[in-house]
Design a protein around this ligand. Sequence first.
Ligand SMILES: Cc1ncc(COP(=O)(O)O)c(C=O)c1O
Length: 448
Amino acid sequence: VSFAHGAAGDEPPLVRVRPAGPRSAELAARLAELECPAFGHRREQRARASGAEMTPIVLTRAVGSNVHDADDNRYVDLVAGFGAVVLGHGAAPIARAVAEQAGRLVQGLGDVYASDTKLALLERLARLGPGPRTRVLLGQSGADALTAAIKTAALVTGRAGIVAFEGAYHGLGYAPLAACGLRESYRAPFAAQLNPTVRYAPYPRDEADVSRALDAVEAALRPGDVGAVIVEPILGRGGCVVPPPGFLAALRGAAHRAGALLVADEVWTGVGRSGAMAYAASIGVEADVLCLGKALGGGLPISACLASEAIMGAWAREAEVVHTSTHAGAPLACAAAVATLDAVTGEGLAARAAEVGARFQARLRAALAGAAAVVDVRGAGLMIGVELASGATALAAGRAMLERGYLVLGGGTRGEVLTLTPPLTIAEPLLDAAADALAESLRDLAPA
Ligand SMILES: Cc1ncc(COP(=O)(O)O)c(C=O)c1O
């Protein structure tokens, strides 16, 4: 894990051919013939909405904070696998751990005969989780972790109801999809198959919103059928919204008074990304159930649902209740997670994310001052949102950044936010240059 600018993996962009170049375009066209149109269709809509070319690049290799496409353009990665690649691409500790594990045991027998590597991971996770005596349920995706949390709350409380937030995203498996406040369109075609007892409250953006949000939560809790209040301690896909101080503590109080569990979805914020291993706990609010994913595997698929022994004890029943899957706790992903947790804690990467992220935000604010399209710059750690005037502007700005050699992602309920989640190891000069590149991209988009 290196922080040196100019070293392999920390190099500036090198755009040899305007993306998408011919090789990427050819591969993308072939992909479109084979893949379910869910993705390609969305791209066509985006091209229409923004007027920007949306042919995707196809990635072929990556190292550190650099990603290469099929035309050998070199990009600076400000997305990092949707926030997962916290140590950078091909990080040595993960590569070593995975190679060692692959050489000795690729697959265990999950909940029947586990691997020693799974135990090593659970020992580390138990230090992060809500105590006392944290118990862990592993999964492969964020949606898995949320599914485990939702089931746990139902077992503990005997209640099916959920309070969730507008703008929230917890994954698209059926259990968390029912609580997806980000877009109604994600749920609509499947509505008849989803938990009908989910109620939504607005997510507070500033102090003035807090009482309205808490009033909505209280009203949703009043019928007494709610087992889980599920919250992202920082709204991620909803646009990197950091709630005002006091909100999460008040939310926990409301949940507990109503006999519901507070589930913190730290799939995005956790494992250093927000500047903390678990953001809510870092500001003094310990949730009952904690969900981790994304960064946990450093790029490999693994997630975890953590809760105290008292809560997880609800799974121990006379009548057998099972929650398992073939690859949950599989040794390769566990080895990657052990290496990731050891590197993030051992190298102080959460603290680095907080410091570097604060400087990056300041740098963005300075570079973007006076840019008419910029509404807000916000976030915590290396999870930063730049809110623009509209979704169409954000799409065009994101494409302009790609053409300058930077990968960025859209976010926000209307796609109006550019979301920046680079590796936690990224060299700072790359972030300074990215801020300037964004300013130039927005200048070029603005009508003369
Ligand atoms: C906060 C949060 N929870 C859950 C998920 C779902 O994770 P996955 O896509 O791994 O299922 C995401 C994904 O973006 C997320 O941001």
